[in-house]
Design a protein around this ligand. Structure first.
Ligand SMILES: [Zn+2]
Ligand SMILES: [Zn+2]
Length: 281
């Protein structure tokens, strides 16, 4: 029974990502097909870069400055079980922000230049299927790449990201340039193979930023149903995927504490039916 719940718990995450991406993609499709802007190469690069940057900072600031300023919300949403020493989130400097933005602009330019453009339209099922395949694959690719980054010969590249055991949202973007390049290429591999549709790419970036920032925030808000990645930061081993599916399969899972609640129905059901100690709130 527990195994079935674990499987459904991980599928729930994949479905949530695929459904959210599809909804956001529909929004972009409507917007771009109703306004009179010629979507040439450079407007697409600027749009993709802007969507990525604006969503990263606004979601991160919303979690850190709005949600975490409210003690009741923070306590209610907190998912961290293991105690860690307090740390501030990575500091912002004008120089750091400018370098980060130049880095993501160049990445956007290279990605859109190299990948072939395709138009996948606004079919709901087609988009949902594409995003579902995309997240399962991205989780696998991230698992392999992150697992290797923890091996002795590559660990140096990844240590910057692990400067924070007390992880907060913006730790999501705290990584060395080499790690940034490796992770970006790994995440976008299917784009190079299957081509990009700008509305899908923008949706993927927003949702990707949302679950990545949430996964580092020590809170369970909407996408992240456990302390899975939080545990990775406090223990520096195991839990290499975006979430537990591949770690469970390859036996590298450090069992996370699930957060039952309205947003996480499978964990809630499991809590009700099994009442296992790991699912206690
Ligand atoms: Zn790591
Ligand atoms: Zn991390």
């Amino acid at each position: 029974m527990k195994k079935i719940f674990d499987f459904c718990f991980e599928v729930e995450f994949y479905l949530k990502i695929a459904i959210s991406c599809t909804i956001v993609q529909q929004g972009f499709y409507l917007l771009l097909h109703n306004i009179d802007i010629e979507l040439n190469f450079i407007t697409q690069v600027v749009l993709y870069w802007l969507v990525g940057s604006v969503s990263f900072y606004s979601i991160g600031l919303f979690i850190e400055k709005v949600i975490k300023n409210n003690d009741t919300w923070t306590e209610k949403l907190n998912v961290r079980v293991k105690k860690v020493k307090k740390q501030p989130f990575p500091s912002f400097t004008i120089k750091g922000i400018i370098i980060g933005e130049i880095r993501s602009f160049i990445a956007a330019l290279i990605i859109l230049y190299l990948a072939p453009e395709v138009n996948r339209g606004n079919g709901l099922l087609l988009n949902f299927g594409w995003f579902l395949m995309r997240i399962v694959l991205a989780d696998f690719c991230f698992y392999v790449c992150h697992f290797l980054l923890h091996k002795k010969f590559l660990q140096k590249i990844h240590l910057k990201h692990h400067e924070f055991a007390d992880s907060s949202s913006f730790v999501a973007g705290h990584k060395s340039l080499t790690e940034y390049i490796i992770v970006t290429i790994t995440d976008l591999l299917p784009i190079f193979i299957f081509g990009y549709d700008i509305t899908q790419l923008c949706a993927w970036t927003i949702i990707g930023n949302a679950y990545n920032l949430e996964g580092h925030s020590s809170l369970s808000i909407f996408f992240v149903p456990s302390d899975f990645h939080d545990l990775h930061h406090s223990c520096f081993k195991r839990n290499y995927g975006i979430q537990g599916f591949w770690d469970r399969l390859f036996n590298t899972l450090n069992s996370p504490t699930k957060k039952p609640g309205m947003m996480f129905p499978i964990a809630y059901l499991e809590h009700l039916i099994i009442k296992s100690p790991s699912s206690l709130d």
